[in-house]
Design a protein around this ligand. Structure first.
Ligand SMILES: [Mg+2]
Length: 107
């Protein structure tokens, strides 16, 4: 699935099953909530906290939840994520061209 296809599929789902998009502000709150859920899983898998009995390490699920809401926000604000990611690569390739190579902490 390409990023474009993901944006289209989420849009189709929202307009049929989901009826309509939540407002941008609601989705921003939902995104924050999902990032928190992802942080919780990472704190337990890679950090010092432990899962409670019966709790699963649903890293993939939480990443997908974050991506889903981000795609919703992109769709309802008219952002083409493919184009945005390409621009981000261009920015990083120019601005950060030697930044990380010259960082002794990374070697
Ligand atoms: Mg979640």
């Amino acid at each position: 699935m390409t990023i474009k296809e993901a944006q289209e599929q989420v849009d189709r789902w929202i307009r049929t099953v989901g009826v309509r998009y939540f407002s941008e502000l609601t989705n921003m709150a939902c995104l924050t909530e999902e990032v928190g859920e992802l942080a919780r899983v990472i704190a337990r898998k890679y950090g010092d906290q432990s899962f409670k009995e019966g709790e699963n390490c649903n890293l993939e699920e939480e990443m997908a939840d974050v991506l889903w809401v981000l795609i919703c926000l992109a769709n309802q604000t008219g952002v083409d994520l493919t184009e945005a990611l390409q621009k981000s690569f261009e920015k990083k390739n120019q601005r950060d061209k030697e930044r990380h190579i010259n960082n002794p902490k990374l070697h």
